[in-house]
Design a binder for this molecule. Sequence first.
Ligand SMILES: Nc1ncnc2c1ncn2[C@@H]1O[C@H](COP(=O)(O)OP(=O)(O)OP(=O)(O)O)[C@@H](O)[C@H]1O
Ligand SMILES: [Mg+2]
Length: 256
Amino acid sequence: MTQPTPLLQVRDLRVNVGERTVLHSVSLDVPAGHLVVLMGANGSGKSTLGMALAGHPSYAVQGGQALLDGQDLLQLPAHERARAGLFVSFQSPPDVPGVKNNLFIRTALNAVHEARGQEPLDAFDFLASAKKTAKELGLPEAMLGRPVNEGFSGGERKRNELLQLALLKPRLALLDEIDSGMDVDGVRAVVALVQRLRREGTAFVVVSHYLQMIEQLEPDAVLRLDQGCIAETGGLELARGIARTGFARARQTVEA
Ligand SMILES: Nc1ncnc2c1ncn2[C@@H]1O[C@H](COP(=O)(O)OP(=O)(O)OP(=O)(O)O)[C@@H](O)[C@H]1O
Ligand SMILES: [Mg+2]
């Protein structure tokens, strides 16, 4: 069977954080509607991959390629990457004091709509759809009127990332431990939303240590990042093996 053309193509990506090379050579492909789970020990560079793809200035790309639907992401400023359809959630979503959550999301959504040649949403229509989606995700409506993430609990911050994902409907989403700090209903909401967007063609890279959620996501591939490279590629059996024996054992097995 021929493989579908990848929507995201990452080739030999090399990324420095300060003086240190954290990613040596990372390559991965994610076709539209596919979901890849990225696993790796703490500090192995999973978030670094997300930040480098998003264009965070502290993560300096030294070499390699990252294409989204053939477009060279690395040549674009961060906001143009988002307009091209990239969404990267934060492992620890920061506060944005003084910026109202609904205005923040509407501004982002309209920038994306403009890039897609769609009409901007007026404030009334946006609020109606944001309220409906927040309710589906178990996020109190009052959170829309508050400054972004200010005073939000850990789980509420993660649900707020989900709200952005649901409204922006990106082409490729990298979700960085979206499940951490979320209660069981939150994790259920993650799985339902990801599966719905995936059916609509969104491609996903999901970083997680949580086997139960990984199983529910029915990934097309599971990758293990180690020493700045993709050390192993497999299916759910790889995630189950890591859960059983740990990352240290997984590394020894491959080296043996
Ligand atoms: N902004 C930064 N400043 C200094 N060091 C950083 C920065 N970002 C990442 N690092 C370092 O790069 C390495 C990889 O970090 P990264 O956050 O990508 O790991 P991770 O795989 O996401 O880990 P975790 O599972 O704990 O989230 C770590 O050693 C980390 O300390
Ligand atoms: Mg991380």
